[in-house]
Design a protein around this ligand. Structure first.
Ligand SMILES: Cc1cc2nc3c(=O)[nH]c(=O)nc-3n(C[C@H](O)[C@H](O)[C@H](O)COP(=O)(O)OP(=O)(O)OC[C@H]3O[C@@H](n4cnc5c(N)ncnc54)[C@H](O)[C@@H]3O)c2cc1C
Ligand code: SF4
Ligand code: SF4
Length: 349
């Protein structure tokens, strides 16, 4: 008797998995890694949406998504990831004053990489007309400076990076991203060749990050406090301040931190990377030194750019204060622990 051969169970479509595991449970953090690759995913008013279906069983949208791939992330190297040098610094150029979030190190390094033709374009995040964050492509200092400052909402900028990588061009690219975006970039670079991300992405500057907000949630929160975006500036000052500081509509406003935390992306709870461990350079606030940055150089490319900037007098640079570095280590360890507990609870709960 000939036994019927059982046909293998059909593989679920990649987009179907992304929807079921990330987007529908509300875990998307709007990094943009799934955008700009196909017509089935779009970014609207700060949110990723899938207007129709796609039947491909393997898709870059799923394999690049940092939330979908969290379990596949390898072990970290120490609490801060690979570090070749730890610094504190600030940019010296007067045109960054009042524009940069803290020391302007990110913007100065990008502008230098463009000026030196190390890269031909930089993908950054900036507030658009009504304040909604969006990815933009800058090829000159003026464009980089236009994106200086932090927008505390997900802007989907990696969609712009995907767009740049899909074009028939060969110039090297730089990108600035949050730790989840840097994780997605590592997945892009590791994809099978031919792979434009591996070939053209020459500089990745990662930011420190503890949480982020969905644009719609931030906009509604601001409205409740009588503020209409775009904002002139926003900041989370260090403890014990306990407030979100907002400058906009000609005034200064303080919003209690608990109100802001309650709105953060649920997907941030499972994120264990504070300092963008996969970047060439990681940059955050400098504890106890307002207007300065902490800088971790992680690769030879990152270290080379930092040394060039310091050598040209574009950056004031000194070794990181050991006490502030120790606090950064503790904060990074605490974030990793919280994320591990959250993931464990989801697995068993
Ligand atoms: C959501 C968010 C959370 C953060 N959390 C922390 C934290 O907990 N601790 C800490 O030390 N630092 C945090 N930072 C980083 C900090 O705000 C500064 O970006 C960093 O210190 C660099 O300062 P700078 O003066 O060199 O930046 P600038 O020279 O002003 O450049 C800022 C760069 O940030 C990019 N950017 C702005 N908004 C976004 C966004 N939404 N997504 C991706 N990129 C963006 C812009 O493209 C720009 O290139 C956070 C930043 C963001 C956007
Ligand atoms: S987290 Fe990033 S890759 Fe994943 S669904 Fe959201 S935007 Fe797309
Ligand atoms: S906490 Fe993690 S997931 Fe959330 S925005 Fe920051 S880097 Fe992305």
């Amino acid at each position: 008797m000939v036994r019927p051969v059982a046909s293998p169970a059909p593989q679920p479509a990649a987009l179907g998995r992304l929807l079921a595991e990330v987007i529908e449970p509300g875990l998307c953090v709007a990094c943009g890694a799934c955008l700009g690759l196909c017509p089935h995913l779009i970014f609207m008013d700060g949110q990723v949406a899938a207007p129709d279906a796609c039947g491909l069983t393997s898709g870059r949208c799923y394999s690049f998504c940092p939330v979908a791939q969290r379990d596949a992330l390898g072990e970290s190297q120490g609490t801060l990831g690979p570090v070749l040098g730890a610094w504190q610094g600030r940019a010296t150029a007067p045109d960054l004053e009042g524009r940069a979030q803290y020391g302007g190190v990110v913007s100065e390094l990008l502008a230098l990489a463009l000026e030196q033709s190390m890269v031909g374009e930089a993908v950054v995040t900036a507030a658009g007309l009504r304040g909604a964050p969006q990815g933009i492509r800058a090829s000159e200092r003026v464009g980089v400076l236009g994106a200086a400052g932090s927008v505390y909402a997900g802007g989907g900028a990696l969609g712009r990076l995907n767009q740049a990588l899909e074009e028939d061009a060969s110039h090297p690219l730089a990108v600035v991203g949050l730790p989840c975006q840097v994780q997605a970039i590592s997945a892009m670079r590791a994809a099978p060749r031919p792979n434009p991300a591996a070939e053209r992405l020459h500089l990745v500057i990662g930011l420190f990050c503890t949480m982020n907000l969905p644009w719609r949630g931030l906009r509604d929160l601001l409205a409740r406090h009588g503020v209409r975006p775009p904002l002139d500036r926003a900041d989370f000052p260090p403890p014990p301040a306990g407030v979100f500081q907002v400058w906009g509509n000609g005034g200064y406003h303080e919003i209690p931190l608990e109100e802001v935390r309650a709105l953060s992306y649920p997907g941030c709870a499972g994120c264990g990377d504070l300092t963008s461990e996969g970047a060439d350079l990681s940059v955050g606030a400098c504890e106890g030194k307002p207007g300065w940055n902490t800088i971790l150089s992680r690769t030879h490319a990152g270290t080379g750019l930092l040394e060039l900037a310091a050598g040209k007098g574009l950056l004031e640079l000194e070794p990181a204060d050991p006490a502030s570095l120790e606090h950064l280590n503790q904060a990074a360890a605490a974030k990793r622990k919280r994320a591990a507990a959250w993931s464990e609870e989801r697995r068993h709960g």
